[in-house]
Design a protein around this ligand. Structure first.
Ligand SMILES: *Cc1c(COP(=O)(O)O)cnc(C)c1O
Length: 511
């Protein structure tokens, strides 16, 4: 409710030139009726009117009552006392507008989006959509009690990640496995458990910053381990690691530079050499592989990404990866490696702070099971389905959509164009993918206004602005969403004066 007061205050309204929140329209008209201001209907009268009565059934009474009060309070404080000749809207009209406004304000801020940005793993849009099997698994363990920490055959207490660990070991060849909140957490707990108070040797070329405040040196500091940088930004050889080893060394660490490339006069020490050095000095080698692909993505024209199978096979003692990047699962961090080390990690006090819930475990297990049957992957894992869609299919859809969208009043031209996109925004910006888009030129507004309207509209359609066009990239749009794309654009007002958004089907299921 506080946000409602804020959004109604005059400066906010003035600073909303697109009228995205729609108050301009409401207040613009109401301002002019201040002469009859004292005749504004009472809260009860308004609540009795059909639009708000219906809304009480859809949302709930408390929300509607306090919404009406807030609206009227703001109205009274904002409408100037000077007189005007414009007639007061009827109670019903006013109620209609208040109802629209309450619905707008009650929309969940976290809601489904049509991703037409073309970025397959878009951090801002929640990375990969989950497989139907993963969603089903999440629903069923959420609805009922679940065998989170109970072995159902013995009735005894078991470890919550045991079943998932077994799957992970089977798929990667690892001896043991653990799951935590995310890869940042996996790195933190691994360093804290294996190297607190001691040194970890890392190449200067691998001190990564991943978007959203993840910086390896900072995570290392929080873990209590000391960073021992070796080599240079562009070149680090095994000799650099060897010379840094001393009595304070607790581990050697390699980090995949997942969001940048160093080109030119470069040298990265191969994992195999680091592993051999670690063995010689009895130091564990920690390999942060980042995305961690369990699937060969190079068949879709994407460059190779480190595989946990290769990392474990090469002899990394601990391998760390995200569950929600190229694995296409829920947000989590996966820790693979030698049993003795994984045990030390899972016994660390941070394990409780970083543990995942039953819903994540269910989704991860279901996602991993899909990998057991690779023939099914393109069909069942949405991330892979999107990547595997043949260009000709995307071209067909782009051409069909362009024809339909050409008829929209808000659109000047709609053209199917071939383009390229990226696997990830923050995470994998160097990985290009071919695609087809519909390039839209707005009829009477700027391209930015068009983009804002569609993003904040009922279908939350996100495209990318490029060369003064709004590109709708079909690489990341599911075919089932094409009809909504058309609907969203046909519904636009050509001048950008759209009033309050009408609620979407998602909103309804949410209430
Ligand atoms: C993405 C990434 C992380 C952070 O992983 P989250 O699961 O997002 O916490 C850490 N290291 C590397 C190399 C990464 O690519």
């Amino acid at each position: 409710m506080c946000s409602r007061k804020e959004t109604l205050s005059p400066p906010k309204i003035a600073s909303d030139p697109n009228g995205v929140n729609g108050y301009q329209i409401i207040l613009g008209e109401i301002r002019t009726m201040s002469n009859v201001f004292r005749n504004i209907p009472s809260v009860n009268e308004l609540l009795d009117s059909p639009p708000l009565r219906t809304l009480v059934e859809r949302v709930n009474r408390n929300v509607v009552v306090s919404g009406v009060r807030d609206f009227l309070d703001n109205l009274r404080s904002e409408v100037p006392t000077s007189a005007s000749d414009i007639p007061l809207p009827t109670a019903r009209e006013l109620a209609e507008r208040i109802a629209q406004w309450i619905l707008y304000e009650e929309r969940p801020s976290l809601r489904p989006v049509i991703n037409a940005t073309g970025i397959l793993l878009h951090t801002g849009l929640g990375l990969a959509p989950l497989a139907p099997q993963a969603i089903d698994a999440m629903v069923s363990v959420s609805r009922d009690y679940a065998s989170v920490e109970m072995d159902l055959t013995t009735g005894r207490r078991s470890h919550r990640v045991e079943a998932v660990s077994r799957l992970l070991c089977k798929l990667t060849g690892s001896e043991s496995a653990a799951v935590v909140n995310n890869n940042a957490g996996a790195t933190l707990i691994t360093l804290a458990a294996l190297a607190a108070g001691k040194e970890v040797i890392v190449s200067r070329g691998q001190l990564v910053e991943i978007g959203g405040s993840y910086r390896l040196p900072e995570v290392m500091e929080v873990s209590g381990a000391r960073l021992r940088e070796v080599g240079t930004t562009n070149r680090t050889c095994i000799e650099d690691y060897r010379q840094a080893i001393g009595p304070e060394t607790a581990a050697l660490m390699r980090v995949h530079t997942s969001n940048y490339v160093v080109q030119g006069f470069t040298e990265e020490t191969p994992l195999a050499e680091i592993v051999a050095l670690g063995k010689k000095h009895q130091l564990p080698v920690i390999d942060d592989i980042g995305s961690g692909a369990l699937w060969d993505y190079s068949q879709y024209g994407v460059g190779p990404e480190p595989s946990p199978v290769a990392s474990i096979h090469t002899g990394a003692d601990v391998a760390l990866m995200s569950g929600d990047k190229l694995l296409g699962g829920p947000q989590c961090g996966i820790i693979l490696g030698r049993e003795e080390l994984i045990d030390r990690i899972t016994r660390h006090p941070l394990a409780r702070a970083l543990r995942v819930d039953k819903v994540t475990l269910a989704a991860l297990a279901a996602t991993l099971r899909i990998y057991q049957d690779p023939d099914q992957l393109e069909q069942r894992l949405p991330l892979v389905s999107l990547l595997a869609t043949p260009l000709a299919n995307l071209q067909n859809r782009a051409e069909r959509l362009a024809t339909q969208l050409q008829a929209a009043a808000a659109i000047e031209t709609a053209q199917a164009v071939q383009d390229s996109t990226f696997l990830g925004g923050g995470a994998l910006p160097a990985q290009k993918v071919d695609t087809w888009c519909v390039a839209l030129a707005p009829a009477r507004t700027s391209v930015d206004t068009l983009a804002t309207k569609l993003r904040s509209g009922p279908h939350a359609l996100c495209g990318r602005v490029q060369n003064d066009r709004l590109m709708l990239d079909l690489r990341t749009v599911f075919p089932r969403q094409d009809a909504d794309v058309v609907r969203a654009i046909l519904a636009l007002d050509p001048d950008g004066n759209d009033s309050l958004d009408t609620p979407t089907s998602h909103d309804q299921s949410d209430s």
